[in-house]
Design a protein around this ligand. Structure first.
Ligand code: ZN
Ligand code: ZN
Length: 385
């Protein structure tokens, strides 16, 4: 197949995926479709890794090197509002983050690598489910991914409508933030709104906790460290003229450093305990580390830069990108082996900035679909010689 034919084929594949979106850990049709294509390409395919993940391997020559290339495959639980001819056929499900393009680009890499005899070793193509809620990478790892597919490094990419078309953007070290989700439950004693002296008011207690939590960032973190604590919702018993018995505060915290996560979690626990004790309330804290920070390996970032420079020229490569505040569960793979995560610019560059990812009008620009395939292929050629 020529490159033009591969581009056409993977565009068709993306459109099929786009029309048939499935959300986290329910990507049955998606993974079966991908597995079938990878088998046609001559790969060894393992289904059901981490429930709905697919892993395909391609070996050439006798080299012992094994590297991983990863795409995510899940859609978002939202309704698409574009007028595209290949619009989602499922209300309430939409590839609004462009993971359909990631899967198609990774398939494109397999097509390119199959027709290239200049590499030597094993490539592991990872089609990961459940990225959006941050559960899929962990599910694959807990299902023995690294024991079954002993990769020694890993690469992953995301489309970005915020970046100019074709710009490859990444950075060594801290690249994307962690995300910790918390649920603080305060149990008091409810009662009549007119008789607060007979109650233990969990709502006033919650209000004190919300304000105290803001002192963790300002008073407990080193000013050089970044972090956020956002209380995003307060749920009460919801009766107009009754002091509630139970109040729950939910929210999330972001940082770029696991040490900062430790500080936030332990200070949150102290504040909740002390404020509740002071007000005579019981409490529970659930604190889930959903996403850990994406930490890019310096040497792997250099490989991405070398590949991108060779393909598109140095002016299309930026390895000093600012740290992003989004999160990515690719980081769980990077905790086991060195790796690099990078963004590929998808904005055609005319007019105003397009609709962002996670917007119901978001559209992936198909002209950029082959960049991911070419970059993955070039990375393999650099690392598996
Ligand atoms: Zn997303
Ligand atoms: Zn995404």
């Amino acid at each position: 197949m020529t490159k033009a034919e591969i581009k056409e084929r993977i565009t068709e594949i993306r459109h099929w995926l786009h029309m048939h979106p499935e959300t986290a850990l329910e990507e049955y049709e998606t993974s079966e479709y991908i597995a079938g294509i990878m088998e046609e390409l001559g790969c060894q395919v393992t289904r059901g890794v981490g429930k709905t993940g697919v892993v395909a391997t391609m070996t050439q020559g006798t080299g012992g090197g094994i590297i991983g290339l990863r795409a995510d495959i899940d859609a978002l639980p939202m309704t698409e509002e574009t007028n595209l001819p290949y619009k989602s056929q499922k209300p309430g499900k939409f590839h609004g983050c462009g993971h359909d393009s990631h899967a198609a680009s990774l398939i494109g890499a397999a097509m390119l690598l199959r027709e290239d005899s200049s590499w030597n070793g094993t490539v592991v193509f990872i089609f990961q489910p459940g990225e959006e809620p941050g559960v899929g990478a962990k599910a694959m790892i807990e299902d023995g991914f690294f024991q079954r597919f002993p990769i020694t490094e890993i690469y992953g990419q995301h489309n970005s409508v915020k970046l100019p078309f074709g710009l490859i953007s990444t950075r060594p070290g801290k690249f994307m933030s962690s995300e910790d989700d918390f649920w603080i439950t305060i149990k008091g004693r409810g009662g009549h709104a007119s008789a607060p002296h007979l109650t233990k008011d969990p709502l006033v207690t919650a209000a004190e906790i919300v304000l105290q939590l803001q002192t963790v960032i300002s008073r407990n973190l080193n000013p050089q460290d970044a972090g956020t604590i956002s209380c995003c919702d307060i749920r009460t018993d919801g009766v107009l003229n009754a002091i509630p018995s139970t109040v729950t505060i939910i929210g999330d915290c972001r940082t770029y450093d696991s040490r900062v996560q430790d500080v936030i979690e332990s200070r949150m626990r102290d504040i909740v305990r002390h404020v509740c004790e002071m007000n005579g309330c019981d409490w529970e804290l659930r604190y889930d580390r959903v996403f850990i920070p994406v930490m890019n390996d310096e040497a792997c970032v250099q490989v991405v830069a070398e590949a991108a420079t060779k393909l598109y020229g140095a002016d299309k490569v930026d390895i000093n990108a600012p740290m992003g505040s989004g999160s990515e569960d690719f980081a769980w793979f990077q905790r086991q082996v060195p790796g690099a995560y990078f963004n590929i610019g998808n904005w055609a560059g005319q007019g105003s900035t397009p609709y962002p990812n996670h917007n119901s009008h978001y559209e992936f620009n198909d002209d950029a679909i082959l960049f991911g395939s070419e970059l993955f292929t070039e990375i393999v050629k650099i690392r598996l010689q």
